[in-house]
Design a protein. Structure first.
Length: 441
């Protein structure tokens, strides 16, 4: 009899891992999460092979059966935005209860250190904005594999993403969650899926950040992406191809065709640290960012050179205007709000005697300068290769540019060097984006 009992116990112990396998959820499906409203929501996890899993939320009840590898996926019909805390129940052989679930807008915040930098590195007035929002439970972050409230670890999380999300929460009056996947010092390539690496023929084909940090959350429904990266790719000749590959890959994996990808124009910085003039950042990163904004569906770029940047510091301290400008882009493109998303854009140049008249499109309240002085960072050239500083004056919706050293200028540009901080802006406060060599007609 004792032998029979021992045999049964041994058999049960052998079968236990298979017959009693628990339902397991990914870390992003956890307490305090914010689900994307208005779209089909995928919930997923693992369990025993062939096990039936039941998911319940907001009056919906869906069932799924695990596949041969023990994976299951359940789809919920589009949910309405709600600030009311709800409970998600996932049941198989065991039951998991997820508390304090809200429904609103979910965004991915990604890039390198300027996206990763926390609010505690921001100036006092920006930290004060955060302190005033500590009890705001409608803004939440998924960071370090857990959802956190403003009253918890948000202070050390992305300042750009926080101010972006806060602006959306205030303007849309719905909960906003941001998923932070940012890595200090990283190039763009590790974020790109291997499939798009191969298709684009991009060098440095490592995808370790994508595989380790993006893949685990790709079934999660998101509205779009904010992206602040490029410093580490300065000099890369294929940065445009990399942006396109990133857009293509994430559009496919997040099942968001032409996924919204709002980029920050990389901040001016003296990469030589010796004041040596260079336009390498402009020619490789800025040019690629603005080209992508024109040619890749869903991609946009904002300028930030007017946000009190110190070109001796790679991490500009002021992150609130960066986040809020990204939010303006999202508000206009994804939510149909009538808001400004760019300063006037250089649209052409013509001869006016020995001077050059630069025209701008999208002038809103009128051209001015941030400091009330003459426009800065304009340069002229007779061959399109060697540019010399020029004097500029405002003339209504145009800027007149001239140089005593160049009698017959053929090209003009503004702010097209790595440390450039032009002062030209619209009276509404948005800066005029820098622009490369423009032929004078």
């Amino acid at each position: 009899m004792a032998l029979v009992v021992k045999t049964i116990i041994a058999l049960l112990l052998t079968l236990a891992p298979y017959s009693l396998a628990d339902v397991v959820l990914p870390k992003i499906i956890s307490d305090h999460m914010i689900l994307q409203s208005g779209v089909e929501v995928t919930l997923w996890g693992t369990a025993d092979k062939g096990e039936q899993v039941t998911v319940e939320l907001a009056g919906q009840r869906q069932k799924a059966t695990t596949d041969a590898e023990g994976n299951w996926h359940a789809q919920l019909a589009p949910l309405k935005a709600s600030s009311k805390a709800q409970q998600l129940t996932v049941a198989g052989k065991n039951t998991i209860v997820i508390d304090d679930v809200l429904v609103g807008e979910a965004w991915l915040a990604s890039g390198q250190s300027n996206m990763a930098t926390g609010i505690r590195q921001s100036p006092g007035d920006e930290r004060a904005v955060y302190q005033a929002q500590k009890d705001n439970n409608r803004v939440r972050a998924f960071v370090n594999d857990r959802w956190v409230l403003c009253s918890e670890q948000v202070m050390s999380s992305s300042a750009v993403a926080f101010f972006f999300s806060l602006k959306l929460e205030q303007e849309l009056d719905v909960p906003v969650g941001y998923i932070i996947i940012a890595q200090n010092g990283s190039r763009i390539e590790p974020f790109i899926p291997a499939k798009e690496h191969k298709a684009a023929g991009i060098e440095r084909k490592g995808s370790h950040i994508h595989n380790a940090r993006v893949v685990p959350v790709t079934p999660y429904a998101i509205k779009g992406v904010i992206w602040y990266q490029g410093e580490s790719n300065r000099g890369s000749k294929d940065y445009f191809e990399s942006i396109k590959a990133l857009s293509d890959g994430w559009s496919r994996e997040f099942r968001r065709p032409a996924i919204p990808l709002h980029m920050v124009q990389v901040a001016p910085f003296d990469y030589s640290r010796k004041g040596i003039p260079s336009s390498l950042l402009c020619e490789t990163i800025w040019a690629a960012q603005y080209r992508a904004a024109k040619e890749v569906p869903g991609v946009s770029v904002i300028s930030i050179h007017d946000t009190n940047i110190n070109v001796k510091k790679i991490h500009p301290r002021h992150k609130q205007p960066v986040g809020e400008r990204l939010a303006a882009m999202a508000l206009k493109r994804q939510y149909g709000k009538d808001v400004v998303t760019s300063g006037p854009v250089g649209s052409g140049a013509t001869h006016n005697g020995n001077k050059v008249l630069v025209s701008f499109s999208g002038v809103d309240q009128g051209l001015t300068t941030k400091d009330g002085k003459a426009p800065t960072c304009f340069e002229l050239s007779s061959d399109g290769k060697e540019f010399l500083p020029a004097t500029a004056t405002l003339e209504g919706k145009q800027v007149s540019v001239h140089s005593d050293k160049i009698s017959a200028p053929k090209f003009v540009r503004m702010g097209w060097f790595d440390t450039a901080i032009p002062n030209l802006r619209d009276k509404n406060g948005w800066p005029v984006p820098v622009f490369p060599a423009c032929e004078v007609k």
